[in-house]
Design a protein around this ligand. Structure first.
Ligand code: MF3
Ligand code: CO
Length: 248
């Protein structure tokens, strides 16, 4: 069942998500060669707590940190550690917060120093796919219109969408119905209604869409070791079309 939110509830979710947009502004200049992902995680936790919110992922199914930091061939759920970022790396930073009873969820892939043109293109295509998907989130459209729009951008660029992980509804729970695959057929799935709130999150691999899980039980990596990028926004379906909640 897809839970509809009132305009008041959406305004709270906007605040919960704005904190993440501000956090990304804060972290962006720190994402430099030499910093460890654990240092980014500590900074993120302080930032979220000082903004009257708490980290959403920490303790979720036993997850130990505030951020997921997924480097290069890591797709999602990379665990912050003493690993130092190096020039040429790309790092996907995924973060959620709980604020006044509502969850927020957003992710961006950052370049560390100078990166290769192919890594840059992968990041750009993934972000473009996210925005094309968001562009379909209007009342009267179908859920898989979002999925199909994402898949089209990705595959026409020669990249591949991860299939084992999907976007999701979000609200009083981090994960609500529906699941939002990053592939699918236009014109299918539930009809979108005003008040629906979604976390849309394409995970895009340079090579095969297949992933495997590292022995830590969390980190998803590309099966062929190719690069992966991940951009995510939480959005609301409104009478005026999609509203990006996790923007500044
Ligand atoms: N954005 C991811 C998701 O929607 C992050 C969850 S990480 C976890 O599932 F640690 F909380 F599982
Ligand atoms: Co999510």
């Amino acid at each position: 069942m897809i839970i509809l939110k009132s305009p008041h509830e959406i305004s709270i979710m906007r605040e919960a998500n704005r904190i993440l947009a501000q956090l990304f502004e804060h972290l962006a200049p720190m994402v430099q060669p030499g910093i460890t992902t654990a240092e980014l995680d500590a900074e993120a936790e302080l930032f979220i707590r000082s903004h009257h919110a708490s980290p959403a992922f920490k303790g979720y199914r036993g997850y130990p940190c505030t951020l997921c930091t997924s480097v290069n061939e890591e797709v999602i759920h990379g665990i912050p550690s003493s690993r130092r970022l190096m020039t040429g790396d790309i790092v996907s930073i995924d973060v959620g917060a709980l604020h006044e009873g509502f969850y927020s969820d957003s992710s961006r892939t950052f370049a560390v120093g100078e990166i290769s043109p192919k890594a840059r293109r992968l990041m750009d295509v993934t972000e473009k796919a996210l925005y094309e998907g968001i562009g379909q989130a209007s009342p009267g459209n179908r859920l898989h219109d979002i999925s199909a729009a994402i898949q089209k951008v990705v595959e026409s660029a020669g990249f591949h969408v991860v299939r084992e992980f999907v976007g999701h509804g979000i609200g009083k729970l981090l994960h609500e119905d529906p699941q939002i695959p990053n592939f699918g057929r236009k014109g299918t799935g539930p009809v979108l209604k005003e008040g629906m709130t979604f976390a849309i999150e394409p995970m895009v691999n340079e090579g095969t869409w297949k992933v495997s899980i590292r022995p830590d039980g969390w980190t998803a990596v590309t099966a062929d070791g190719s690069l992966s990028a991940h951009f995510e926004h939480s959005i609301a379906v409104t009478a005026n079309g999609p509203l990006v909640l996790s923007a500044l």
